[in-house]
Design a protein around this ligand. Structure first.
Ligand code: PRP
Length: 211
């Protein structure tokens, strides 16, 4: 098993955690190139600002912008979806770091790694609309549609994925493995190996895989 980069998974130190590769690196890159081309066409002649939601969106942003052939700027927001402890279904969202850019009159495209319940994105959209952008759209690499709790409009989607715990390509497993060039599914047998304090174990992260 490898992530389609030729290296065996043992090179990444996570082989024992992976049930299967959900999206291999080459498939990811092909789709990201398509998204970049589509965005380039849609924003031709427009003053585009990409807003990346940290931390998960970083890998996606840096690959996507290489395929966006219209002049554009980037900025970052850091958001946390949940409180410090157990996951809340009340949609508690905190802004840890705000944009540096004034988005009034700008064409803003939010770049997200994954949309799950939709609560993080809903919060960001509501906040950014109050700042009067010319347009405000969303590009999400992964859409875990089956988990949606609140409607959010997604203008560009890389892949619709099933309700499984995924990590890699920006998405973390206890803050690690964001560097993987592929998206992997966490194996059920990996759970006993995770620390009891892991957010996955206490249910902070979003996955029905935690029973
Ligand atoms: C992830 C992801 C989205 C959010 C989606 O961020 O990057 O921002 O969760 O979940 P939702 O649709 O249920 O709100 P996370 O809070 O894991 O932070 P991170 O990107 O820093 O890992």
């Amino acid at each position: 098993m490898n992530g389609n980069l030729g290296e065996p998974l043992t090179e990444w130190g996570c082989e024992h955690l992976i049930e299967r590769i959900l999206i291999p690196a080459d498939v990811l890159q092909r789709r990201i190139a398509e998204l970049g081309e589509q965005i380039s066409r849609d924003y031709a002649g427009k003053d585009l600002l990409l807003v990346c939601v940290l931390k998960g969106g970083v890998m996606f942003l840096t690959d996507l912008m290489r395929h966006i052939h219209v002049p554009h700027e980037i900025d970052f927001m850091a958001i946390t979806s949940y409180g410090a402890g157990v996951r809340q279904s009340t949609g508690i969202v905190r802004i840890l770091m705000d944009l540096q850019t004034n988005i009034e009159g700008r064409h803003v495209l939010i770049v997200e790694d994954i949309v799950d319940s939709g609560r993080t994105l809903d919060h960001i959209l509501r906040l950014l609309w109050t700042r009067n952008p010319a347009t405000l759209r969303v590009c999400a690499l992964l859409d875990k549609k089956g988990r949606r709790e609140i409607y959010v409009p997604l203008d560009y989607v890389g892949f619709e994925i099933p309700n499984v715990f995924v990590f890699g390509y920006g998405l973390d497993l206890d803050e690690k493995f964001r560097n993987l060039p592929f998206v992997a599914v966490l194996g059920a047998e990996a759970f006993p190996n995770l620390q009891a304090s892991s957010p996955i174990i206490v249910g902070r992260r979003k996955s029905e895989a935690v029973e």
